[in-house]
Ligand binder design. Structure first.
Ligand SMILES: C[S@@+](CC[C@H](N)C(=O)[O-])C[C@H]1O[C@@H](n2cnc3c(N)ncnc32)[C@H](O)[C@@H]1O
Length: 213
């Protein structure tokens, strides 16, 4: 019999995200496809590929998908490791379509875009910086441009963490006063991933919206 203790299994991704352990988070989700909100936004868009921003792109599951469809992408994140993993994902043919920017939310230099993707990233913006970040996102979107992403609600377990931004349903909706909301799903439930050992209550708004022309 070996006295080596069994290796702990991988943790649910939310355990890493709570601690901002982005390497662990990227490892946990490495093989997953683009986010549903991005796919939904793409299905609602007509015409040829345009230019997209991926704000808080992580390891680039959304940015790489956009590039594979012919979009040009500016992918922004404060994690050097995330941007490195994004570049590693890109085949030679779509690599030139993606530029990266290593920046925190308060220093991101956004530019005009037809689509802003912000999957599960904006809640990690410190509350003091959120209003200017949101203003920059809304301004960068061209008329009829699409937003696809998530905000976290005030019933989420992490709403008490001081470095996170959470919104009541009304406050979240009011951010989109200059948009047509095309898809809005409010998730308010316990995590299904290992809830006994790693409980987490999720309160998340999944959003696709079009900036008014
Ligand atoms: C939960 S991950 C989401 C990543 C990716 N969008 C996805 O859907 O998998 C949150 C991302 O936000 C980034 N992030 C967290 N705090 C940040 C900050 N202050 N400035 C810029 N990016 C930040 C992290 O590096 C991480 O890549």
């Amino acid at each position: 019999m070996s006295d080596t203790p069994p290796k702990p299994g991988p943790l649910p991704a939310h355990v890493y995200a709570r601690q901002r352990d982005w390497h662990g988070y990227f490892d946990a989700l490495a093989t997953l496809p683009p986010r549903d909100t991005l796919l939904r936004a793409l299905s609602l868009r007509q015409g040829s590929p345009g230019h997209a921003l991926d704000v808080g792109c992580g390891d680039g599951r959304d940015a790489a998908h956009l590039a594979s469809l012919g979009w040009t992408v500016l992918a922004l994140d404060s994690s050097e490791e995330g941007l490195r993993r994004l570049r590693d994902r890109l085949p030679e043919c779509s690599g030139p379509r993606v530029r990266t920017q290593l920046a925190t939310f308060d220093r991101m230099m956004l530019e005009p875009a037809d689509l802003v993707c912000a999957s599960f990233s904006l809640p990690f913006c410190e509350p003091a910086h959120f209003p200017s970040l949101w203003e920059a996102i809304a301004t960068s979107l061209r008329p009829a441009g699409l937003f696809a992403g998530q905000l976290f609600g005030d019933r989420d377990d992490w709403a008490t963490l001081p470095d996170r931004t959470h919104h009541s349903p009304g406050a979240a909706r009011s951010l989109f006063r200059d948009f047509d909301i095309l898809f809005w799903q409010e998730e308010d439930r316990a995590s299904r991933v290992d809830p006994a050992r790693h409980p987490k209550h999720w309160h998340v708004y999944h959003i696709v919206a079009r900036k008014l022309a």
